[in-house]
Every structure is written in C-alpha cells, then in structure tokens.
Design a protein around this ligand. Structure first.
Ligand SMILES: Nc1ncnc2c1ncn2[C@@H]1O[C@H](COP(=O)(O)OP(=O)(O)OP(=O)(O)O)[C@@H](O)[C@H]1O
Length: 466
C-alpha cells in the first residue's frame, strides 16, 4: 500500500527534498511513523498494549510544521486532515463536534482510494466512453432501417427475403460507417464535434440550498437522509466530444469501481495510517484553570481527549476507530506552555519537538533548493508563456534579506513571507508576459530592489502589500 516500510533515514531523506532545516522535527515524525509500522507487525495482544506516540510540535508560525506533516502523509499515501483546535471554541460553534475531524479523515480516505481505483480502471473506462461516443456519432441501425424502408410499415412483411438482404446491406453499411468514425475519433479528428449526452446532475441539491450550508455542516443522518430522498437525476447536455469524453469516462469508471470495496479499504486506510494535524493547540491551553474562556478551552481539551486516546466514531460509512491514527498537535506556545494542557492530553503527546525560527540562510535555501521551490514554480509558470526566467544568486539573497527584514519589522510569518514577496516581485511580469517579445530574463538584485525596495522600506506599506 505504499511506502509503509520506509526506514526513518529514508523518510528524513524524502522530507529533505521539500523542507529546509528542522532536522529534529523530521526525525521525530520519521520515528513515529516507523513505530506505527513496527506496531503493526506485532501480534494483537501486544499491539493493543502499546500506546501510539503522538507528536507535539512547538514553533512559531510558518516554519514548516504543517508542511512536514503533510509531506509525510503524502509520502506514505496516508489520509491527512488539518484542523485548528480553536474552531471548537468559536462563539456560535454549536455542539463542539470534535468528531468531525474523524469524519473529515474518512472523507479524505474515500477520495484518495477512489481516485487510486479510478486510475486503475482509467484505460478501460476511456475505452467504454469512446464506444459510447462512437454510438452517439454513428447513425443507429434502427433509425436507418425505418428510414430506408418507408413502405415496410404500409405493406407489412410481404417481401421477406428482399428485406433481409436489404437489412444486411444496411447493417454492413452501418458497420463500415461505425469503423470509419472509430478511426477518425482515434485520430483525434472529431474532438470538437458536438454531441448530446446524459450525465448525472452534480449541482447542489435543493436541501443544501434551503439549509444554506453544504453537506459538511449538516449532521450525518440528515445528510444521508436527503441524499436518499433526492437521487441525482440524469441531465442532458450538449458538449464537444473532448469534454463529453471526460464526463463519460468518469461515469464509466464509477460503474467499474465497487463502492463497497472503496469504503472498506478507506476505513482501513483511515484507521491504520490516518494522520490528524491539530494546529493552534496552544490556544486551547490555559495557564490558569478557572473561569470564563479558560473553562471552555479546557472543555475542548476534554472533548478531544477520547478521540486522541482511541475511540470509535460513527460516520456515514460505518464506525471508524481512532486507536492507531497518528495525531500531530502544533502550536507556537508563546503565551501558554505544553504543561498548561490538561495532564491526560499531555500524556498523549509524549514526543515533543521544537522547530526553530528560520534564518536568512534558510530563506535562501527555501527559495531555491526544495523540489517545489518558489523560484522553480514561477519559472515554470512563465515558461508556459515562452519566457525563461533565471534568478541570480545575488537576487535570491536580496529577496531573502527583504523577507527577513519585513518579518522583523512587521509580523513574523516565517517562510510565508516569501510567497507574498515573490508574488509582488513578479506581478508586472506575470501581467505583461503574454504580450512580451522576450524569451529570456535574469532577475537581478537591481530588479528586486526596483520592484520591492520602496515598499519594503516603508513599514506601513509593507504591512499591507508584502
Ligand atoms: N523549513 C521550510 N522549508 C521549506 N518551506 C517551508 C519551510 N517552512 C515553511 N515553509 C513554507 O512556508 C509555508 C508555511 O509553512 P507551514 O504551513 O508549514 O507553517 P506552519 O509552521 O505549520 O505554521 P502554522 O502553525 O501557522 O500553520 C508553506 O508553504 C511551506 O512550504
């Protein structure tokens, strides 16, 4: 099922491809994941004795906490959800439905497993879709026969043999036409032909609109009930072949996939390898247990506790156990400390790891080294317009240093600052790219200063723009 058996060293090496620094955090998640694998190898009685070791990440915003967890999940194809603990303390949040995190996890698992299975049947589904397209484009035999034999209806079946001959001629002619259409379709010559197809209507149903909220906001039973009461109706649509093929392939794939299999596999996937990332856990820790908001914060911790400890949550796909789900909690802990969490919850997050603030050198590395580094992303985007951009090392250094300055002078949002800075830097170029007769451009420190210098030096401006 993926890379479950990766060694901690291999996991760290994979994470290194995307995340700069934060060595300790990478090691911790790698160990936690390996431990889960080790535990899965034990026999059941012993396995149940071993409590999973969840992780508490401590570090300021934008230094890679979520990114590490998300990459880890992707690496081992684990369903992943992120939520903010504070959402349960919000005014107006009714019922403090902490179990929704598990329902979200199973939804993610379903999407994941379904898309994997769709991928497996894609070729077959596309073949079936193409056959349907050929049928839609080719004149049908029934129609051709009635059109060709107008007096058949008037004189009945008198000239049996002649008709049989004629019918077989028609059949042959149609078969020929069909094979020509098939060839043309395969050669991509009919992509823009308009055909009428029947597809499932995916527009929101009436109950969603009436209640003013999506299915997520509704209780599980309500959602199920309405789903059953209001089956999706097929809807006729006229589409060019290339669009129709997508819709029909999806429909054929759905027919080829056994949803019961998807559900049972997804439940196993969510239970055995799911990762739930609870951000802002520090905001529900309270230094003094007492009155007012503290009580509510502690209440949220108490509500979360059973899920982290291992319980069974009812979902519309069936019960889901959280015993083996890996929980990663994260927070800056500027005001509160991990010891301000209720003791039971502290005990459930025995692996503590601190993430460090990012330095100027880290920013330089983040800009150019990761596989998905921002400079690589923007270069690829502009390349689609026929412009090759290159960032000189000095320019990257300049960008990193502006990011560090702005973080220092306004609010420290870590590496997120690099996103806003690069967006601003390339704004003009992105806008003008389609009209520019330019095929190469080097981003120099001068260019960086020209585009960002004045904004970065003005604290008020940079607060809004960078
Ligand atoms: N060490 C790093 N290496 C590479 N990219 C990073 C690093 N730290 C942060 N980033 C980038 O910055 C952005 C924000 O990071 P991330 O979501 O991990 O923040 P965080 O630490 O979880 O903060 P928060 O708790 O506020 O969510 C992401 O796009 C991520 O790619």
């Amino acid at each position: 099922m993926g890379n479950d058996a990766l060694t901690p060293r291999q996991i760290v090496a994979e994470l290194d491809k995307y995340i700069v620094g934060q060595k300790q955090a990478k090691r911790s998640v790698a160990i936690a994941l390996r431990n889960r694998y080790r535990r899965s190898m034990l026999d059941e009685t012993l396995r149940d004795e071993i409590v999973p070791k969840n992780i508490l990440m401590i570090g300021p915003t934008g230094v890679g906490k979520t990114e590490i967890a998300r990459r880890l999940a992707k690496l081992v194809k684990a369903p992943f959800v992120k939520l903010e603990a504070t959402k349960f303390t919000e005014v107006g949040y009714v019922g403090r439905d902490v179990e929704s995190m598990v329902r979200d996890l199973i939804e993610t698992a379903i999407r994941m497993v379904k898309s994997e299975k769709t991928e497996n049947v894609k070729d077959k589904a596309e073949m079936l879709a193409n056959e349907r397209i050929v049928s839609l484009l080719a004149p049908s035999a029934a129609k051709a026969k009635t059109q060709k034999n107008p007096f058949e209806m008037l004189f009945g079946n008198q000239q049996q043999t002649e008709e049989t001959n004629e019918n077989s001629d028609i059949d042959q002619g149609l078969a020929q036409k069909r094979s020509i259409i098939k060839e043309q379709l395969a050669a991509g010559k009919l992509e823009n032909e308009i055909i009428e197809i029947e597809v499932e209507d995916n527009s929101p149903n009436m109950m969603d609109m009436l209640s003013g909220q999506g299915p997520e906001g509704m209780g599980m039973n309500m959602q199920e009930l309405f789903g059953q009461l209001m089956p999706k109706k097929p809807k006729k649509r006229k589409l060019p072949v290339k669009e129709a093929r997508k819709a029909l392939t999806q429909e054929e794939a759905n027919k080829l996939i056994d949803m019961d299999d998807v559900i049972s596999e997804s439940i196993i996937r969510a239970e055995q390898s799911g990762i739930i990332f609870i951000d802002e856990i520090d905001k529900i820790a309270s230094p003094s247990r007492g009155t007012g908001p503290d009580v509510s914060r502690e209440g949220v911790q108490r509500d979360i506790l059973p899920i982290v400890e291992g319980s069974t949550v009812m979902t519309k796909y069936g019960p889901v156990k959280t015993d083996y789900v890996l929980f990663i909690a994260a927070g800056a802990f500027h005001v509160s400390k991990p010891s301000d969490l209720i003791p039971e919850l502290q005990g459930r997050f025995p692996i503590r790891v601190e993430l460090t603030s990012l330095s100027l050198d880290d920013f330089v590395s983040i800009l150019k080294e990761p596989k998905n580094a921002l400079t690589k992303q923007y270069s690829a985007l502009l390349e689609t317009e026929g412009i090759q951009i290159e960032f000189s090392d000095e320019a990257i250094h300049e960008l990193a240093s502006i990011a560090a300055d702005v973080n220092r002078n306004t609010e420290n949002i870590g590496a997120r600052r690099l996103h806003t800075i690069l967006e601003k830097l390339l704004e003009d170029l992105s806008f003008e790219a389609p009209e520019l007769s330019l095929d190469k451009m080097t981003i120099t420190p001068e260019y960086v200063r020209e585009k960002l210098g004045t904004i970065a030096q003005n604290r008020d401006l940079s607060q809004y723009i960078l």
